[in-house]
Every structure is written in structure tokens, then in C-alpha cells.
Design a protein around this ligand. Structure first.
Ligand code: COA
Length: 214
């Protein structure tokens, strides 16, 4: 068993604690040391049974003293990127995959990712670093997913789709085969993507239409 700290003590933080508990039920692997969070209101409190130990700046010290690894529990793509950039020398980012998730042996998942309960990842798909797949995300075959991508619950990505760095797919959206979702693009909840989404664009609706460019 090794220690792990959860960066972010919000709603997703407690879901990540639950994910770790589920992993431990299958095979005891982690001791949850607590959360790190910059909110002064949260520090010293307990979230679903685990203490908020202090601000995220404590990460290197806790990791050094207790040999702990870490996971980022934040849905916001820029918040995750900023955290990783804050600690360029930190190399104990954990990838957490719920035991129920089906991933083809021919696919790969990078470092620092979180893949929640009910996920399905088909064959020949590559997922980059620090990605978050919330509950029941389906990812088709031959997809390329960049770094810091967030895909929210129930979304369904078809085969041969490319999702570039820092894209955000809100809950329950669908991406049809062979589409490209550009860097920092946002797809609104329940939307169906039938055309490529340019970088920095927010699209929504069925079929998804452009709401705004950054
Ligand atoms: C993509 C998203 C973040 C955009 O939010 P936003 O920029 O604040 O957009 P707004 O709420 O101001 O809405 C702007 C317009 O788009 C429309 N709109 C918003 N979301 C929409 C959606 N999912 N589908 C269709 N139209 C939508 C609004 O009705 C509004 O139209 P109007 O200007 O004619 O009134 C938001 O739509 C969304 O999908 N949120 C869900 C995030 C999520 O999945 N969280 C899960 C956590 S587990």
C-alpha cells in the first residue's frame, strides 16, 4: 500500500476518493492521506472521511516525507494544466482506472489520468496525459486523445475521432466518427458533434452549432 493525496477537495475530489476506495476493494493499493486544496474554508475540514491537509503547495513536501503519489481531482482542464506546470519536477502522478472499466489491451492511457466507473475504451485508441473521463464514458476505436482533455459523464465518442489538448466535452454528448475536436474547444451538454470543431470554439445543440469563439 502506498500513500496518495487528492488535489482538489470539491465534489469531484470526493468522487475520486470513492474511486480509490473501489480500487482498494479489488486489491488494496492506496492509503488516502487526504486532500490538498487552496480554499481556506476547506483546510482542516473533513470531506467524506478524509482531511483537507492544506494548500496544494504542500505537495512536494508531503510526497517527499511520506513517499506519496498524487492525483488531480479537478474537472477544469486549465486548472489541471496549471497544477502540473506548478510542479515540473514532480513525477509521482497516479493514473486511476475504476475496476469496472473495459480498456482494450491495444489501447493506452497516459499518466495522471482518471477514468471513472463504467468506462469503455475500444481498441487502438491512445489517450494522453492528465485526462479525465467521468462516469460511463465510451470511447471508440482508433481515437487520439491529447493531454488535459475532460470528457463528462455519459458521453459517447465514436471511432477515428481526434480530440486535441485541453478540449472539454460536457455531459452526455456524442461525437460521430472521424471528427476532430480542436484544442481548448468546448462541447455543450447533450450536443451531437457532426462537423469538426475548431480550436477554442464552444459548440452546442443537436446538431452542434457554434456558440462562440474564444
Ligand atoms: C458548454 C457550457 C459549459 C456552456 O456554458 P455557458 O458558456 O455558460 O453558456 P450559457 O449557459 O450562457 O448559454 C449560452 C446559450 O447557449 C444555450 N445552451 C447552453 N447550454 C446548451 C446546451 N448544452 N445545448 C444547447 N444549448 C445550450 C443557452 O440556452 C444559451 O442560449 P441563449 O443565448 O439563446 O439564451 C454548458 O452549456 C454546459 O454544457 N454545461 C455542462 C457542464 C457539464 O457537463 N458538467 C458536468 C459536471 S459532472
Amino acid at each position: 500500500m502506498k500513500g496518495i493525496v487528492i488535489l482538489g477537495a470539491g465534489d469531484f475530489g470526493k468522487e475520486v476518493a470513492w474511486l480509490i476506495e473501489e480500487i482498494n476493494k479489488r486489491e488494496p493499493r492506496y492509503i488516502i492521506l487526504g486532500y490538498l486544496d487552496d480554499s481556506e474554508l476547506k483546510i482542516g475540514t473533513s470531506v467524506n472521511g478524509y482531511e483537507v491537509l492544506g494548500p496544494v503547495s504542500l505537495l512536494p513536501e508531503i510526497s517527499r516525507k511520506q513517499g506519496a503519489s498524487a492525483v488531480i481531482a479537478m474537472q477544469d482542464v486549465d486548472a489541471r494544466k496549471k497544477l502540473v506546470e506548478m510542479f515540473p519536477d514532480f513525477n509521482a502522478w497516479e493514473t486511476l482506472v475504476h475496476p469496472s472499466v473495459n480498456i482494450s489491451d491495444r489501447s493506452s492511457v497516459g499518466k495522471g489520468c482518471v477514468i471513472c466507473v463504467g468506462g469503455n475504451i475500444s481498441c487502438d485508441t491512445r489517450i494522453g496525459d492528465f485526462c479525465l473521463f467521468n462516469i460511463s464514458v465510451t470511447m471508440g476505436h482508433d481515437c487520439e486523445v491529447g493531454n488535459f482533455v475532460s470528457i463528462m459523464s455519459g458521453s459517447c465518442v465514436s471511432g477515428h475521432v481526434v480530440i486535441e489538448n485541453c478540449a472539454y466535452l460536457a455531459t452526455n454528448c456524442t461525437v460521430v466518427p472521424k471528427m476532430r475536436v480542436g484544442e481548448h474547444a468546448v462541447v455543450g451538454a447533450g450536443s451531437v458533434v457532426i462537423r469538426n470543431v475548431k480550436a477554442g470554439t464552444t459548440v452546442m445543440g443537436v446538431p452542434a452549432k457554434v456558440l462562440r469563439f474564444f
